[in-house]
Design a protein around this ligand. Structure first.
Ligand SMILES: Cc1cc2nc3c(=O)[nH]c(=O)nc-3n(C[C@H](O)[C@H](O)[C@H](O)COP(=O)(O)OP(=O)(O)OC[C@H]3O[C@@H](n4cnc5c(N)ncnc54)[C@H](O)[C@@H]3O)c2cc1C
Length: 506
């Protein structure tokens, strides 16, 4: 048996950060079900949509969704060193201050996390107190934008949306070019950023190593069991960073979850923590609003989506988002026009109220779980999604887009009225790939982990990945996961956390 201080399960976004930061003075094992990335398409940010379904994707799917026309939604997740940051669309958006303050968990407000955002970053734009330099994550802002995207940015002020400098400054609402995790023209996964040669030399890296169980002595988690029969022992802690789907499943297989459900699966109950697997929520985007272009739409030089435009809807944080994408994007329910002939304004909303769950299908740790995000089941989400479509169409039909717009293809002029528009959105909806919440942190007795990320009801076991977010942030979540893992690494190493601060409002 091999012994470490910390055994980290999952070399994805959070696991890469934790392994790098904890291994400076601790013995760390990093255990990953996948292998080192070898597919040459991974490095090209333009090829990110093509990576899904390949050997390094877990290829999850939801159960049929009653409020999206009973469709099954594909849920790609990385099974590879770097995890889902190897499949992602490289957008880097921290989120809005209120996203973190709303969590209400001591130590995890925006000001608590701000120093960790800075610590993680190497911002290549103009210097400002809002950006970090010298950190592992290499950030570039798209520029100059594709001419279609430049026109789109000009359209926004006519709707009262003033431009902002970038997504990670004092304001989030308004048009701006995306900030991307790209270095030397290549995707920089979180593993590329943090698992440097020096880090790799000092950790125990176990790849192609599926964790099938947690080892306990009484109430204390003391290690993990691998599919090949090996046990890795942790003298200080086991940290689950296996991602929003696998982490709650590992807990439930270890008997930590809702007692009656576990008993029904003949899993011995270790701790009755009913919130494990629950509170699942995710961002949706729409495939369409699609426009036929008056002239050929050249490919992006960066990533097909060069602009995520956030817009307010009454709350403190923006709640609507429209992505300007220079290719046609549709779901399986619609026919796609040819690339080069059309473009898409993808509509979404940031703060879903629908809550679903991930459940075990059986006691077999290698069986795929049942994933039910309960998309659009809350009427407030349907209303927000329709408002997002309204905003996309207002932008798409604004005067600065006249030079680009030949006609609206989807939903198209024949799609009118609330019922018809909702039916379109039910068929156009697909995941923005941001599931969170299934191991919610909090100070209440219902939370799965406390502010120290320790799992309730047992000892020596911690969670650090997207599953601990009590509620989703306004934008894509990778940046926030990195910051959470940065701060968690200080907690796990018993180092004093950084002093909370953020620049004064301008
Ligand atoms: C297609 C796609 C596009 C996205 N686009 C963006 C974007 O542009 N911007 C953004 O901010 N976010 C984006 N995201 C989301 C973001 O990348 C993820 O939320 C983030 O990477 C999740 O980090 P994590 O640490 O929680 O989990 P992951 O990065 O998924 O890491 C979990 C790791 O654990 C491993 N693992 C799981 N089970 C086991 C086991 N039993 N044993 C051993 N290892 C195990 C997995 O193989 C994986 O490597 C996207 C995601 C996807 C899939």
């Amino acid at each position: 048996m091999t012994v470490f201080d910390h055994v980290i399960v999952g070399a994805g976004t959070a696991g890469s950060v934790l392994a790098a930061r904890l291994s400076t003075d601790r013995r760390v094992a990093l255990v990953e079900a996948g292998a080192a990335p070898s597919d040459t398409d991974i490095a090209d940010p333009l090829r990110w949509p093509m990576l899904q379904g390949r050997a390094f994707d877990w290829r999850y799917a939801t159960v049929p969704q009653s409020a999206t026309a009973w469709r099954l939604h594909a849920w790609p997740r990385g099974k590879v060193r770097g995890g889902s940051s190897v499949l992602n669309a490289v957008a880097h958006v921290r989120g809005h201050r209120s996203d973190f303050d709303r969590w209400g968990v001591p130590g995890w407000s925006f000001d608590d996390l701000f120093p960790y955002f800075l610590r993680s970053e190497h911002w290549t734009g103009a210097s400002s107190p809002w950006h970090g330099t010298g950190g592992p994550v290499h950030l570039v802002q798209v520029g100059p934008c594709h001419p279609l995207v430049a026109a789109y940015h000009t359209a926004a002020p006519s709707l009262g949306l003033a431009p902002i400098v970038d997504h990670n400054g004092p304001a989030l609402a308004g048009p701006t070019a995306n900030t991307l995790t790209i270095k030397d023209g290549r995707r920089q996964s979180t593993a590329d950023a943090y698992l440097t040669t020096a880090v790799m030399a000092r950790i125990g890296l176990f790849e192609d190593a599926l964790v099938v169980g947690l080892a306990f002595e009484d109430r204390r988690c003391v290690g993990v069991r691998l599919a090949n029969g090996t046990t890795l022992r942790a003298e200080r802690s086991v940290i689950l960073a296996a991602g929003a789907i696998a982490t709650p499943c590992l807990l439930m297989h270890a008997g930590i979850g809702e007692a009656d459900t576990l008993r029904a699966l003949r899993i011995a109950v270790r701790a009755d923590v009913s919130a494990v697997g629950r509170d699942l929520h995710d961002h949706l985007l729409s495939g369409g609003n699609v426009y036929r272009a008056r002239r050929r739409v050249a490919p992006s030089r960066w990533q097909h989506s060069e602009s995520l435009l956030y817009a307010p809807r009454g709350g403190a944080a923006p709640d609507l988002v429209v992505a300007c994408v220079v290719v046609p994007v549709v779901t399986e329910a619609f026919a796609a026009p040819a690339v080069g002939e059309a473009y898409t304004l993808m509509a979404g909303f940031s703060h879903p109220r629908s809550r679903g769950a991930v459940r075990l299908a059986s006691a077999d740790p290698t069986a795929a779980p049942l994933i039910d995000p309960a998309y659009l089941t809350d009427p407030a989400d349907r209303a927000a999604f329709l408002d997002a479509l309204d905003l996309a169409q207002a932008l798409g039909h604004a005067a600065p887009m006249d030079d680009w717009r030949a006609e609206e293809i989807l939903p198209g002029p024949a799609c009118t009225g609330r019922v018809g528009r909702l039916r379109f959105m039910e068929h156009a909806a697909y995941t923005h790939h941001h599931p969170v919440g299934m191991c919610r942190m909090g100070t209440d007795r219902g939370a799965v982990v406390g502010p120290d990320l320790a799992v309730r009801g047992v000892e020596g076991l911690f969670v650090c990945d997207a599953s601990v977010f009590p509620s989703i942030t306004t934008g894509p979540i990778n940046a926030a996961i990195i910051a959470v893992a940065e701060r968690a690494s200080d907690l796990f190493a018993r180092r004093a956390p950084a002093t909370p601060w953020s620049p004064p409002a301008p």
